[in-house]
Design a binder for this molecule. Structure first.
Ligand code: WTA
Length: 656
């Protein structure tokens, strides 16, 4: 079977950088030249410039045992020192690190000096509790300053954190605690979500329940509990400790010790489409280098003036790299918001932007399409004029959603950067650089300086400009995953086996190169459809559907079909403004014809279902596998990783 993916959708809108923006931009075109001339030398320079090394490194990349990379291996640094103390020492102690906005409306500004102080106390507490270098600590927390402090305190003492998203169940938490062999859990009584306290501690209690001497009982010694929701909790004497009983009392004297660059920094579990979650392992020096470099250059960070806001939860990689490590290493001021976009009303995020005069905003296409569904009158009722840069991550952003983002949120003038990367890559790999790149709606565009990617066929041969195929990373990069926790074979098998002889990393995404060499992400390869021998991407057909005035969001899947092998089946959410003025009757036919006209008859959906919701993971990615089950009339498969498990029964009923 060919891995070529046919390309059908054309997009010719272009936005050249504004000269005034370019004149002040952090990223300069020389970055590309420098990296091209000497890739490793470039990363070494960036690392020395962006970070403070206690022991300077002399080695850059060690790739003698691929795919197990080492970066800056003979250097030593302390990650938390780089994110905190050095800014205070440089005289920026009074700069706000976090503008915390709680969902109920409580707020608190935490300066670099205060955050450093908190992390030092907490580091002393953790040491006191017996946590040391290399020990694993599980974090199960809401989006509160203590969560950021916990990650940094664990890093400060050379231990390894494993953050588990607060929306995961006790079972998921248990399997992650078990797999990592965590010694300590840091949690909270609960966190605010949609006007209620969503409990966390009970799930920890359940995850740690005795199972006949097996499992986490054996490893978890203590549970440190932050009070946030003020709700009742069960208490196990000797195991459970209130954060407020120990941290404020602890000494704020704590000298950060340096650890080797390849010391593990964190494990983050990612579920993938099937099988048991993979514990993606990241280490210290290379990871922090690329997180800081990308945060500074892709977001054009001017730390003395900007107010940055990334809406990701710390339970995801985006929260690790672009809420905690990148921004704090760069001394940024940022917003940390606890709750959901729609509480107490749909405009809450825009209120936050107005309140803190946010200048740089980074979110996901799923959120943007959700706002498109509600209508532009909601953001337009707020003052968003402080914004000067917008970013997107997590899924392909359809050109129409990109345009809406730029026009409605960015007043038609802010650059929009679509950033492609993965939990495994640790930091952004493909993106426009603001002030340099002429942007194109819907395209992630170009590899960053120092990053080498290509689009290849199944033999690893480049498809060339105009071709579609598989996205690969052809050279090691500083923030690359160092393995899967406890499972080196699975690491090799999952990412490196496919192009073993070339030594390429296979990302699992389909992509195409346009005539200018810009990269367009086409969706996960597992989701590609084969219609009458043509391989069609989910992203392109979904983008065509979203380009119709009535559509807010769409998901397409290939369902088996007697004549064409697979047929395109579309699930579509309509905009509220459209529904106010029209009925959905007859729209399915219009949409089929629309897709046929936009990208050709081959892509015309066989069926179009108008639905109220789409099945999404907790990080907002559409789970097409479940829609395929519905489209093929099968019983719907495992829904446990869905954000809302009820969605599939509603959709099944609508389709029937
Ligand atoms: C998808 C999130 C298109 C892709 C940082 C990737 C994207 C997976 C983009 C990783 C983008 C992420 N355009 N697709 N800009 N960004 N993806 O591990 O399929 O949660 O492989 O990391 O999200 O998701 P993860």
């Amino acid at each position: 079977m060919s891995s070529q993916i046919d390309h059908l959708l054309d997009e010719d809108r272009r936005f050249a950088p504004d000269p005034a923006f370019a004149a002040n931009a952090v990223a300069k075109p020389e970055l590309y030249e420098r990296a091209k001339a000497d890739r490793e030398g470039f990363w070494a320079e960036q690392s020395r410039e962006l970070l403070d090394w206690s022991t300077p490194f002399t080695q850059v990349l060690d790739w003698s045992n691929p795919p197990f990379a080492k970066w800056f291996a003979d250097g030593a640094l302390n990650v938390a020192y780089n994110c905190l103390d050095r800014h205070v020492e440089a005289g920026h102690g009074d700069r706000v690190a976090l503008y915390f906005e709680g969902e109920p409306g409580d707020s608190r500004a935490v300066t670099y000096a205060e955050l450093t102080d908190e992390v030092k106390r907490l580091a002393n507490v953790l040491t006191e509790m017996g946590v040391g270098e290399g020990d694993r600590v599980a974090l199960y927390l809401p989006m509160i300053p203590e969560a950021v402090a916990s990650m940094l305190a664990v890093a400060r003492i050379g231990a390894v954190h494993s953050v588990v998203f607060g929306g995961f169940s006790a079972d998921s938490l248990r399997s992650r605690i078990d797999d990592a062999g965590a010694k300590l859990v840091i949690t909270a009584d609960g966190g605010w979500r949609k006007g209620k306290v969503s409990p966390l501690k009970p799930a920890v209690d359940q995850a740690l329940e005795d199972r006949g001497g097996l499992g986490p009982q054996a490893t978890v010694e203590k549970v440190l509990v932050v009070r946030r929701g003020d709700n009742e909790v069960d208490w196990i004497e000797g195991r459970d400790v209130w954060y407020h009983d120990v941290v404020p009392q602890a000494s704020a004297e704590h000298e950060a010790q340096a650890f080797p660059a390849e010391s593990p920094l964190f494990i983050l579990y990612t579920s993938g489409t099937t099988g048991k979650p993979k514990g993606i392992l990241h280490t210290s020096g290379g990871y922090l280098t690329q997180a800081a470099f990308t945060h500074r250059n892709v977001f054009d960070l001017h730390p003395e003036n900007d107010v940055y806001w990334c809406t990701a939860d710390i339970g995801w990689i985006t929260g690790h790299s672009y809420v905690v490590y990148g921004p704090l290493a760069n001394g940024a001021t940022q917003v940390l918001y606890e709750g959901t976009p729609e509480f107490p009303e749909p405009g809450r995020w825009w209120d936050v932007i107005e309140k803190y005069k946010v200048t740089i905003f980074y979110t996901a296409p799923t959120a943007i399409r959700g706002f498109m569904k509600q209508g532009r009158q909601i953001p337009q009722a707020r003052d968003l004029s402080s914004l000067r840069l917008l970013g997107s991550v997590g899924e392909p952003i359809n050109p129409e959603a990109w345009m809406w983002y730029r026009e409605v949120i960015g007043a038609g003038k802010t650059p929009v950067v679509d950033t492609w990367w993965q939990t495994e890559t640790g930091a952004i790999m493909v993106s426009a650089l603001p002030g340099i790149t002429e942007t194109k709606p819907g395209s992630a565009q170009v590899p960053l300086p120092g990053i080498a990617v290509d689009v290849v066929d199944e033999k690893g041969e480049p498809v060339g400009q105009g071709g579609g195929g598989l996205l690969v990373i052809t050279e090691p990069w500083p923030s690359m995953l160092r393995g899967i926790w406890g499972d080196p074979d699975r690491f090799v098998e999952t990412y490196w086996k496919m192009f073993q002889d070339k030594g390429y990393y296979f990302a699992g995404d389909g992509a195409r190169l346009d005539e200018d060499g810009d990269i367009w992400l086409l969706g996960r390869v597992d989701d590609v459809m084969n219609v009458s021998g043509h391989r069609l991407s989910t992203a392109e057909i979904e983008s065509a559907l979203v380009a119709h005035d009535a559509t807010a969001e769409a998901a397409v899947v290939g369902a088996s079909d007697e004549t064409t092998g697979q047929a395109v089946v579309a699930f579509v959410i309509l905009k509220e403004s459209f529904l106010r003025e029209h009925s959905a009757e007859g729209l399915a036919n219009d949409l089929r014809a629309w897709v046929g006209a936009q990208i050709g008859p081959i892509a015309r959906p066989r069926d179009v279902y108008i639905v109220g919701e789409l099945p999404k993971t907790r990080s907002g990615k559409i789970m097409r596998r479940l829609l395929r089950d519905v489209a093929e009339g099968r019983e719907v498969g495992d829904t446990t990783t869905l954000a809302d498990t009820a969605v599939m029964s509603v959709i099944s009923a609508q389709v029937r």
